[in-house]
Design a protein around this ligand. Sequence first.
Ligand SMILES: [Zn+2]
Length: 476
Amino acid sequence: MAKRTITPRSEDYSQWYVDVVLQAQMADYAPVKGCMVIRPNGYAIWEKMQAALDGMFKETGHQNAYFPLLIPESFLHKEAEHVEGFSPECAVVTHGGGKPLEEPLVIRPTSETIIWAMYKKWIDSHRDLPLLYNQWANVVRWEMRTRLFLRTTEFLWQEGHTAHATEEEAEEETLRMLGIYRKFAEEYMAMPVICGRKTEKEKFAGAVRTYCIEAMMQDGRALQVGTSHNLGQNFAKAFDVTFQDEQGQRQYVYATSWGASTRLIGGVIMTHSDDDGLVVPPRLAPLPVVIVPIWPKEELRPTVLEGIDKITRDWRDLKFHVDAREGYKPGFKYNEWEIRGVPIRVEVGPRDLEKEQVVFVRRDNGEKIFVPASEARAKIDEVLNAIQTNLFENARKRMEDRTVVIDNYEEMKRLNEENSGFFWAHWCGDRACENRLQEETKATIRCLPFDQRKEPGKCLLCGKPSSERVLMAKAY
Ligand SMILES: [Zn+2]
């Protein structure tokens, strides 16, 4: 068997993550610090994610459009909170065609400003609303500390930008899109999530309210997997976008924006993968099945390949690959496909052909399953579903095991230091306590969850009265 070069999780979780990304050939470091190259094995997962999300966006009435990469710097200054939040991480173009530009151009860190500048031209009457646009694009945010997929200077994402006549409609849209992210996380990424609202401190720069979904990684840390913002009339006011309502009055438009990025790929890796490499939920696996033929003697190779050909004749609706490479031992091939996270490996040798059977090996738990060749195709669907469910259940159980309800700050600090995880704790609502929590524990308030029972208690930090628990955790 080929030598394993992936650092075990128990030894160094961060290094393990980098090893998996690099050795599964999902991404590589780019010449510019903080940037990454997404290689075909990583990009294929992104394409699966895009297809699923794009389908759900379109089902809910959204259309794709594309806005430019370059934004006049003055646009960013039109919304006060927005510029404060994004200016420090903007890349700015000052020269073009060999000459200094009259006005510097910002490379989009997000597209609210340019989109609302255009919405001003397109929205005039209540009949023009709602406007439900999404764009698939790259954005640049000058990050100091980067990590492949999870935080990179340039990343790929989708950003939805919608315009509505009423506040209720905008709020409904914001929550609808959060619901789509939740469905995608649970059903495709096999990732249980907690939905809630961000605190004032953590909300999007320029939003009235930000909602998010938070997942737990294998090391107990939280990862924000998607956000949906109710922008109120902030951007409409900044860009003077009004419409004539049914009574003939001019009104400012209500806005939402929502996004999910290539960091989802990092989330999938950190949720499901193991010391042997990548584990991908079948619904996001670019290649769900690989067949490894086994020929103990070279002269048996044609017979085995012919046998496989016969078995797979009716597998046309399934994406699979036969690894018929010569000069590699089966063990080497197993190893390679394991690192890449293919959900089912099918082994077929001369003895299997005699018995008219094939052998399945599950990537998620290593289980071997002997299947009559004639039933193999149907069995594949069954096993892929079983893997998808098993991955979700494992993640759910992990989240349950590493979540504690806590009322004592010293105890929380101790647990958080030993072994991070999720904490349900009371918080008074004061920014000072929120800041102190972050300074002293590196944990943050991830969200004010939706499905929390109202329950009187005392703030974990200051002891003042609180009416509900919030979710605290260290996060990526
Ligand atoms: Zn407090």
